[in-house]
Design a protein around this ligand. Structure first.
Ligand code: KIV
Ligand code: ZN
Length: 517
């Protein structure tokens, strides 16, 4: 497994990525992402934090049982219960790993853990030893390592390797490091930790200063051989190092790094889309590698150059990330169920026959409205279908009247649990506001709308509008998304989707929340 010119990719989209504000994935969604990561041939999937909730335990267990081609890791605090729960979940994997973490910075030790350095050292040592009794593959992370006293980190790593850690991961937990300094830190670890040759050095960088990828690459230059990443760079706060940027940097600048990864880069584009769809976190258009503009040229000089020789203005071949250049395959209302199914297969969707039935109906409906349907429409249709199926409260009817001489008014009818129906009419400053007032009037869960965006799925006036909303309730953020050719309908469905996610987090007995049945 260990080779000095291989950089291992430890993907934490399902653990740190899921800690992105507003993201909450169900077990089936996590399984789908895990299968995509397996196809992509990452070396490790951190599937979750089993002791953090019964839901996380269930999904780590399911992934460990089902995803056999990749090593599966679970996260555990350095406490016995966490380590044992982590093992109970990952033990089903073909190659299980327990990832134990404990803070090493004084600011965390004194103010969060309320302990002293010696007590913390003992916790780290004893819990790594406990994990090593369960499993031969143990990773240890001194959390907030980059704001810790270096000598203390060296001591902690030495003791944890003696206790059985086979990988030591250096987290830049708050995204504080600067590449040169971080590279030096990794070099010092190799000089000052006497048993470091027994472990792989890993890094886990956050993006608070926009340096997560730069720091990860500096660490690799200094000798680290595992990088922790998230698809699309999602994760706590400003996110983690993005998998696609790290992997494509190592590949594109092989001349500089002299290293490679095991990742099948042709899976990058499709996995990025899948994660964006399932998490509800859009990818900014100018995002490196996977942004919509990453392979588009605006200036005439650039366009001219690229048509003569792609390399004049492109350092990456779009095919290398799985993007087909020759234009997308377009379906239309004459396309049959079979044509739709084979395109969805090519796009990587694992779709059941019932799902296909429903997507096909929605596809025909959309094709009638807008003629040509491309891959972006299909993405929107499939995710719309999947979202709606999981929603307990569904939009049955929406009727709005608005215009420059009218008071915007919306009538909304919602179908809830056990088929109960409720309907109301509200006015507002515009049709979306009126619809939102009506929905909130029917579903009585206090919430605050903090973000509302509409994007066009494709070009053209007949395009579907994709609406993303973020609502806050009880100190949490929930994302909702929906697409429709009618943006008022998409807006209403997006709010309902966010409310359904919010309700799924409430105790079951409080989930029936009609304010006005
Ligand atoms: O950012 C961090 O320190 C972490 C650890 C649990 C590795 O996510
Ligand atoms: Zn992290």
């Amino acid at each position: 497994m260990r080779s000095d010119d291989k950089v291992l990719i430890f993907d934490t989209t399902l653990r740190d990525g899921e800690q992105s504000p507003g993201v909450a994935l169900g077990t089936n969604e996590k399984l789908e992402i895990a299968r995509a990561l397996e196809r992509m041939r990452v070396d490790f999937i951190e599937a979750g934090f089993p002791a953090s909730s019964p839901g996380d335990f269930e999904s780590v267990t399911a992934i460990a049982k089902e995803v056999r081609g990749t090593a599966i890791a679970g996260l555990a605090r350095a406490v016995g219960g966490d380590v044992d729960a982590c093992w109970d979940a990952v033990k089903h994997a073909a190659q299980p790993r327990i990832h134990v973490f404990l803070s090493s910075s004084d600011i965390h030790i004194l103010h969060q853990l309320e302990k002293d350095r010696e007590q913390v050292l003992e916790m780290a040592r004893s819990q790594v030893a406990r994990a090593a009794k369960h499993c031969s593959d143990v990773e240890f992370s001194p959390m907030d390592a980059t704001r810790s006293e270096p000598e203390y980190v060296f001591r902690m790593l030495t003791e944890c390797i003696d206790a059985g850690a086979t990988t030591v991961n250096i987290p830049d937990t708050v995204g504080y490091a600067i590449p040169e300094e971080f590279g030096d830190f990794i070099r010092q670890i190799q000089e000052k930790v006497p048993n470091i040759h027994k472990a792989v050095i890993s890094v886990h960088c956050h993006n608070d200063l926009g340096l997560a990828v730069g720091n990860s690459l500096a660490a690799v230059r200094a000798g680290a051989r595992q990088i922790e990443t998230c698809i699309n760079g999602i994760g706590e706060r400003a996110g983690n190092a993005s998998l696609e940027e790290v992997v494509m940097s190592i590949k594109t600048r092989g001349d500089f790094f002299g290293l490679s990864t095991n990742v099948d880069t042709t899976q990058i584009h499709r996995t990025s889309r899948l994660v964006s769809q399932l998490t509800g976190m859009s990818v900014q258009p100018n995002k490196a590698i996977v942004g919509a503009n990453a392979f588009r040229h605006q200036s005439g000089i650039h366009q001219h150059g690229v048509t003569k020789l792609r390399e004049t203005y492109e350092i990456i071949d779009a095919h290398d990330i799985g993007l087909s250049r020759g234009g997308m395959i377009v379906l239309n209302k004459n396309s049959g169920r079979h044509g739709l199914k084979s395109r969805l297969d090519e796009l990587g969707y694992e779709i059941t026959s019932e799902e296909l039935d429903r997507v096909f109906v929605a596809f025909k409906d959309l094709a009638d409205k807008k003629g040509e349907i491309d891959d972006r429409d299909l993405d929107a249709l499939v995710s719309e279908e999947r979202r709606t199926v999981e929603d307990v409260y569904k939009l049955d009817l929406l009727q709005v009247s608005c215009g420059n001489q009218l008071i915007p008014t919306a009538t909304v009818r919602i179908i809830g649990p056990e088929g109960k129906i409720a309907e109301t009419t509200s006015t507002g400053t515009g049709p979306v506001d009126a619809s939102y007032r009506a929905i909130n009037g029917l579903i009585g869960v206090p919430n605050h709308l903090v973000e509302y965006t509409v994007n066009s799925v494709t070009e053209g006036i007949d395009a579907q509008g994709e609406v993303t909303v973020r609502i806050e309730a009880a100190d949490r953020t929930f994302v909702g998304r929906a697409a429709d050719t009618d943006i008022v309908v998409a807006s209403a469905r997006a709010l309902l989707n966010a409310l359904n996610r919010l309700l799924a987090h409430m105790p079951r007995e409080q989930q029936e929340v009609w304010a006005n049945p």
